[in-house]
Design a protein around this ligand. Structure first.
Ligand code: PLP
Length: 373
């Protein structure tokens, strides 16, 4: 099998797995207990929080462990907006992940208002478009750091500055960015940032929300005193430890991984172009390396996905067929991808373990399907 769907999830890093093991089999205590057996769990939790904070240049008490990206996004949006009076406004973009979009829909059903900024055709939210979307009663702005379908990296520092100049809190969903590009919360000056371990070779079902000291937010899960009383529930120590290990490793190897992934991308793009395949790559640079959203003229994305699957290649699609129509994803619609191409979209998301040989096989498989050669 060739796995090329790393934006959906990644393989657990072996060192992360080995770091997790003792906390499942030996040091399995509840970190909240006062007895000596709980010392190892407490220490592991503290170390992991410190290590993760260091990776994004935050303070340890600004890191709140959650069950992943979806929970972090829900918490960031609802936890802030709920503190404000109904008809307060949240400003986001049309091409956010559904964790953000559906949180906004929920808030709208509670009487709040949401504004969705349209990205440029190249896949960017500009500071100018954020500025013109800000209206009276706007309290929060949420724009993702990197888009999960087309990989475009947003100008977060500039967007955050615009939000702050207008008195808004700024949140970013960095699920597709962390571990792939450098993230420094102090330099960006952001207020909240959502992350998910399984996108950077950590375990599934664990993530965190960074909340800058001083930002007022409601707790999300009411329960025990865990996470400073902000997010109740017995901590998943092994997952937290695995997340910290995977993040440290990926961050240490960002330059090397980026170079490798860019070579793999170029291999695919070069082979497709040499075979005169009619396609477009969605989004423009800067993009997350290894993320290739390709739209093939006259093709069906779902057909391509299944044909590649039969050849042992796993990718995802940007369009899905129902009985009558091909549904184009909200991201492709937002960037106004041309219809004759958009229907034939697949996302190839390469990871650090993919090889040049695999990139060649993916390109050749596509050429075979599209040209019958
Ligand atoms: N945000 C983005 C941009 C994502 O790509 C994803 C996952 O695909 C999520 C949020 C949700 O993360 P999780 O799977 O950890 O809930």
């Amino acid at each position: 099998m060739i796995y090329a769907d790393n934006a959906a999830t990644t393989k657990l890093d072996l060192d992360a797995f080995n770091a997790m093991r003792p906390f499942l089999l030996e040091d399995y205590s509840n970190a909240s207990q006062p007895y000596s057996f709980a010392k190892a769990s407490k220490k592991a939790l503290k170390n992991a929080r410190e290590s993760i904070a260091k990776c994004i240049n935050a303070e340890p008490n600004e890191i709140f462990f959650t069950s992943g990206g979806t929970e972090s996004d829900n918490w960031a949006l609802k936890g802030i907006v709920n503190l404000h009076k109904p008809n307060s406004v949240i400003i986001t973009s049309e091409f956010e992940h559904h964790a953000v979009l559906n949180s906004c829909k929920y808030l709208e059903s509670c009487g709040y208002k949401a504004k969705y900024i349209r990205p440029t055709k190249e896949g960017f939210i500009t500071p100018k478009s954020l500025k013109s979307a800000i209206s009276e009663n706007a309290v929060l702005s949420s724009v993702m750091m990197a888009n999960n379908e087309i990989g475009t990296i947003q100008p977060i520092k500039e967007l955050c500055a615009v939000a702050h100049e207008n008195g808004l809190i700024f949140h970013t969903d960095a699920v597709q960015a962390l571990g792939h590009i450098r993230v420094d919360v102090k330099d960006l000056n952001i207020d909240m940032l959502s992350c998910s371990a399984h996108k950077f070779n950590g375990p599934k079902g664990i993530g965190f929300l960074y909340i800058k000291n001083g930002v007022e937010i409601q707790p999300y899960i009411n329960g025990g005193a865990q996470e400073g009383g902000m997010r109740g529930g017995t901590e998943n120590i092994s997952a937290v430890v695995g997340m910290a290990k995977a993040l440290e490793k990926n961050i240490a190897a960002i330059a090397e991984n980026t170079e490798h992934l860019q070579k793999l991308e170029q291999t695919i793009v070069h082979l497709l172009s040499s075979a005169k395949i009619d396609y477009i790559r969605n989004g423009a640079q800067p993009q997350i390396s290894g993320n290739l959203s390709l739209s093939f003229k006259g093709a069906e994305g779902e057909m391509l996905l299944h044909r590649l699957d039969l050849m042992g290649i796993m990718v995802s699609t940007g369009s899905a067929c129902d009985s009558q129509n091909t549904q184009i994803s909200h991201v492709l619609k937002a960037i106004a991808a041309p219809n004759e191409y958009a229907k034939g979209t697949i996302r190839i998301s390469l990871g650090k373990d993919n090889t040049t040989d695999e990139a060649v096989k993916i390109a050749k498989a596509l050429i075979h399907i599209l040209k019958g050669k």
